[in-house]
Design a protein around this ligand. Sequence first.
Ligand SMILES: [Zn+2]
Length: 400
Amino acid sequence: MKDIILKRFLKYVSFDTQSSDSTNTHPSTEKQKELAKYLVNELKELGIDNAFMDDNSYVYAKLDGIKGSKTIGLVAHLDTALESSGVVKPNVIEKYDGSPIELKNGNTIDPVKFPKLTEQVGQTLVTTDGTSLLGADDKAGIAIIMTLVEKLIKENIPHPNIFVCFTPDEEIGEGTYLFNYDYFKVDFAYTLDGGNIDIINYENFNAATAFLKFHGKSIHPGSAKGKMVNSQLLAMEFNALLPNIRPDNTEGYEGFNHITSITGSVEETLAEYIIRNHDMNLFKKQMQEFIDIKDALNTKYGYNAVECTIKESYLNMKEKVLEKPYVLEYANCAIKQIGLTPKYIPIRGGTDGARLSFGGIVTPNLGTGSYNHHGPLEYASIDEMNKMVDILIILLNLIK
Ligand SMILES: [Zn+2]
């Protein structure tokens, strides 16, 4: 089975499916449709005649299970991240020997920096050539689901009803934007979009964006004393008043404010911050701090110097998932049965599962055996992908 999943994974990463946040189309890039079409054909070849792709590049398929059994969903995304090229030249390492993996452009995957590698000696790993990301996020997830489907069919393994969905545009936060809830009628689902296969994620950030506009008072610098207000300095003053919680000095359950862009002149400066916290009360407090600082500066300067608009983008799925704790319990038992120790780790980001959970389908996230996503140091373990297929078979058996 290792060869099957390796071959499959290499095929999927050969498709450039990078999404784009600037096209305003669905899918955001036409090229995602190529992989979507390929997957529909592959599903049909496996005998699933109902497999189809809709106009927006969502792939759906249904596998009928034992009569009267539950219906579950398995979800992975087609697209790859924007940060690094989607044109991939993968590099297969058979029987990894534990040494640093040297790639092009001075990139090294070093076990000292990435200790997970020390557990992966002897495994088959797939890396990039150092010039792009690998796209194991989330083609490892797709390869796991497809291999699972093949195994269930070919080996006649009893299972519950299964809906499969491969979504476009997850990386730009639109993976569930045009999701067909009417078709995907499941009791609950799992996304296959994580790293370690012993980790279950069911907590993600609450997320909002603050849009700030600073209004200055421009005047010739030669005669500016007591009159000029430089909007760029207002922005710096605003930033200095925020609590010192940033992505580069927080971890685990610690939230942060992160300035993602700033452009300005004396007259006007625009800044955007993303606001993140797992805890709803702390999240609200962080948002309130933006408003309070705005008010304080407006009072200090005596005019409407700062405008602040905050838009919430997604919420922590924890409360939704805990309404159906057995969804976690199934995954927990399956991971234990394979001989691993399950861990619950909060996601320091969002997930399609969060939106699905708030859309009515409780959807925690499971691992894919791939690491260092979104850059040239990304790699996947074929052995762990294989093991994830076995974990899912156990999980399906528990659910049915
Ligand atoms: Zn992903």
